[in-house]
Ligand binder design. Structure first.
Ligand code: ZN
Length: 499
């Protein structure tokens, strides 16, 4: 072991870090002189600290680390080093329609995807959306994403999704679903079983598996039971949209609970608009929520429920839901979640003629939810979610020397949540491999993603025709009646303002 002296040791360029080409897979990497949010159990924040990666793991954390000869050094001075972020629910196939539904409600989303056009997506369209979404995730420092893939109409669609996720050097979990058929139908086929055993039997922590389906208000004979039994038989978690206003309700939670299908590995997406009884059932069985605050605010599943989850002791993870509205940007998720929680507290206090003088939810907590919370929800807490020796090296460096927003760096958690953004993501490491460096993606073919997404957009435009395409993007705006105003304002040159 030698103490590498300075960043220029590797590149030979004084004062400059290594070139991207020098960051070859397998070469040890050390980040030097970071402000580090370890997100370990005690939430240690280190200053002037180093982090050494050897192989796919974090080898050491601390000041002035001795490193192996030939280690590539990345100068993290002025930056924040944090664990890779984890998104526990994203419909990645929809990224091919990025931004199209910016003005949708949930009802319009359902009509477009479930009733009208979702069926039009071919395997290559699923592939295109997933590919772009996966690249977008690692670019934003989201090192693990759950692909809530609920348009896998055939096994070919599923193969396409898995292919895309395996082509991009991020950590992914395929949540297998199909909105075009009932879960007790698609999960019962031999082709489904065959797909799972072929592609997910190796204990690969870069590509996990879940079953993704919902339990809408009851049919009292609970036909979803058969799908839960398949999940139990395969030993895979279930992720389900729960507490979505008028879509999935307390009934579904009660049925799942009464039949013994609520487990610590179950993820409840949104978990808004549920009764206290449902939250108690989730808490008692150790499940986790996946909050998509921007989605809940805009689409209308229910008010982002952090204040209720806090009261019931339910673990929280964060997610972005879909790039039809939003992006893969967990900075946005953290910011929106913190703001929504505080807005609610203020609103409730004002309703009681009171003033909130101390916030319950802190920036530190939402950074935990964006990292550790996701790892816990996915049962991956021993692998990822914090910067600790022995864990897989999923690491994000937030650093932007050209930005006036990166200093002073006084409150690192607050800086991550309210100051930094995805444009400040300097370096991303997944499983020990550098996938972004100096603000540029490494080893990713964005041109190919652009090409296949372009083909999908052209195809879908053709399927819809210009009129439906435009109508889908621009739903009607309900009328707003401007209130009668008892005051008038007139201005005259002689007399000045008068009312
Ligand atoms: Zn969703």
């Amino acid at each position: 072991m030698t103490a590498a002296s300075s960043p220029d040791q590797v590149s030979g360029q004084p004062g400059v870090g290594p070139a991207a080409a020098d960051l070859t897979p397998g070469r040890p990497i050390v980040f030097r002189n970071a402000t580090m949010l370890t997100m370990d159990d005690a939430h240690h924040v280190l200053h002037g600290a180093d982090l050494l990666i050897t192989g796919d793991r974090i080898a050491a954390v601390g000041p002035g680390l001795q490193v192996p000869e030939g280690t590539a050094e990345i100068d993290a001075t002025g930056g924040i080093l944090m664990p890779g972020m984890i998104d526990t629910h994203r419909h990645m196939w929809q990224t091919a329609m990025r931004g199209y539904g910016a003005d949708w409600t949930l009802t319009q989303y359902f009509v477009w995807n479930y009733l009208q056009w979702g069926k039009s997506f071919r395997p290559q369209d699923i592939y295109a959306g997933d590919l772009l979404s996966a690249i977008e995730a690692i670019d934003a420092g989201v090192t693990t994403s759950v692909d809530w893939s609920h348009n896998l109409q055939t096994i070919d669609h599923a193969e396409a999704a898995a292919d895309a996720l395996q082509e991009v050097p991020g950590r992914f979990v395929l949540g297998y679903g199909n909105i075009q058929a009932a879960p007790w139908e698609w999960s019962a086929t031999p082709e489904f079983r065959d797909f799972v055993s072929r592609r997910f039997s190796g204990g690969n922590d870069m590509l996990g598996f879940q079953m993704a389906f919902d339990v809408p208000p009851a049919s009292p004979d609970f036909p979803e039971k058969a799908a839960f039994e398949v999940a139990r038989d395969l030993g895979v978690p279930v992720t389900t949209h729960a507490g979505v206003w008028k879509v999935t309700t307390d009934d579904g939670i009660r049925l799942m609970h009464e039949h013994g299908f609520m487990t610590p590995s179950t993820i409840y997406v949104h978990a808004a608009s549920l009764s206290p009884d449902s939250y108690h059932r989730i808490a008692a069985t150790g499940g986790h929520a996946s909050l998509s605050t921007e989605s809940e605010q805009s689409a209308g599943q229910g008010y982002p429920p952090t204040w209720k989850l806090r009261q019931h002791g339910i673990g929280v993870s964060l997610s972005m839901d879909t790039s039809v509205w939003w992006s893969a940007d967990l900075f946005s998720a953290m910011r929106a979640t913190l703001s929504a929680d505080r807005a609610r507290e203020h609103l409730e206090a004002h309703g009681n003629d009171e003033t909130v003088t101390h916030h319950k939810l802190r920036a530190e907590q939402v950074v935990d939810w964006a990292t550790r919370g996701g790892a816990r929800a996915l049962g991956m807490d021993s692998l990822t979610g914090s910067l600790e020796p022995g864990k897989k090296a999923d690491v994000v460096l937030i650093k932007n020397d050209a930005s006036p927003v990166m200093f002073p760096l006084l409150h690192p958690y607050g800086h991550v949540v309210f100051q930094a953004g995805r444009g400040d993501v300097h370096t991303v490491v997944v499983n020990g491999q550098v996938v972004k460096y100096d603000h540029q993606l490494v080893g990713v073919d964005l041109g190919r993603a652009r090409q296949v997404v372009g083909q999908t957009v052209d195809y879908l435009k053709g399927e819809l025709g210009p009129e439906a395409w435009n109508e889908g993007m621009h739903p009607e705006i309900p009328e707003t009646r401007v209130l009668d105003n008892p005051y008038t304002y007139t201005y005259t040159e002689d007399q000045g303002p008068a009312s």
